[in-house]
Design a protein around this ligand. Structure first.
Ligand code: SAM
Length: 230
């Protein structure tokens, strides 16, 4: 796993020390061990974890500066992209948010055991926004919802001047088109789309800058968000 990770990061231009790579491999081993008894990841081969989970997530570090930033990972599941980001850039202050209690409990215990500081929160994003509105420099999210729904879950957490980074597979253009109006209403503006490839598979990150505060009416209740996306 270690050599694959170092090779993938070098190919992406993401600097990673040997000590950081070893810590990521330690997290990977714990993930695969726990995955035998809890559904944490569909990716079960160590080299694939190195590329499709770790390198994919670490690619965000090249896109905007993370050093010293407050970051929330919305719908983190087993910790992606938040945990690789924290291990690759330890100066960031990380909140991991997911609505599924057993994943959050496992993450909290695992990170404590590894000596990695992070706030692990079990809540739905649309509920937690009432407590942490505009508290973060950066919100990240991967594989949680279509962009027109995800923007309403994530942008309320971001301070004006901060970023929401939505990790998507290559076919993001259509999602972007249907979400543009809602992103503007939530105070955001699409700054750029960054593409890269992981093991030949195209990936894309939609970079949304928060320009204005999100109106207090958002986020709405999830049923409403889903029924009528902005
Ligand atoms: C497919 S998993 C992706 C996990 C991780 N981001 C990754 O890329 O491996 C989606 C996760 O989003 C969480 N989720 C979905 N909707 C959510 C919401 N409204 N608030 C918080 N978590 C949510 C689910 O519990 C699940 O763990």
């Amino acid at each position: 796993m270690l050599q694959t990770l170092l090779g993938s990061c070098a190919a992406l231009g993401v600097p990673l020390t040997a000590a950081q790579a070893e810590k990521l491999c330690d997290f990977g081993a714990r993930l695969l061990e726990q995955n035998r008894v809890m559904n944490l990841t569909a990716i079960t081969e160590p080299q694939a974890v190195a590329k499709l989970h770790f390198a994919d997530c670490l690619a965000l570090l090249r896109i905007v500066p993370f050093s010293g930033k407050r970051v929330i990972d919305v719908g983190c599941g087993a910790g992606f992209p938040g945990v690789p980001l924290k291990l690759g850039e330890p100066s960031l202050d990380l909140t991991l948010l997911d609505s599924l209690g057993k994943r959050v409990t496992w993450l909290e215990a695992t990170l404590r055991d590894m000596g990695v500081p992070a706030q692990c929160v079990c809540s739905r994003a649309e509920d937690y926004a009432a407590k942490a509105r505009e508290q973060y420099d950066i919100a990240t999210s991967r594989a949680v919802a279509r962009l027109n729904i995800l923007a309403e879950l994530c942008l309320p957490f971001v301070k004006p001047g901060g970023y929401f980074l939505a990790m998507k597979a290559a076919a993001a253009a259509e999602e972007l088109e249907e979400a543009k109006r809602g992103i503007a209403r939530l105070g955001g503006r699409v700054e750029k789309t960054e593409t890269y490839d992981i093991d030949g598979a195209p990936r894309c990150v939609i970079v949304i800058r928060k320009e204005h505060p999100t109106p207090p009416a958002y986020p709405r209740r999830y049923a409403k968000i889903k029924q009528s996306p902005l």
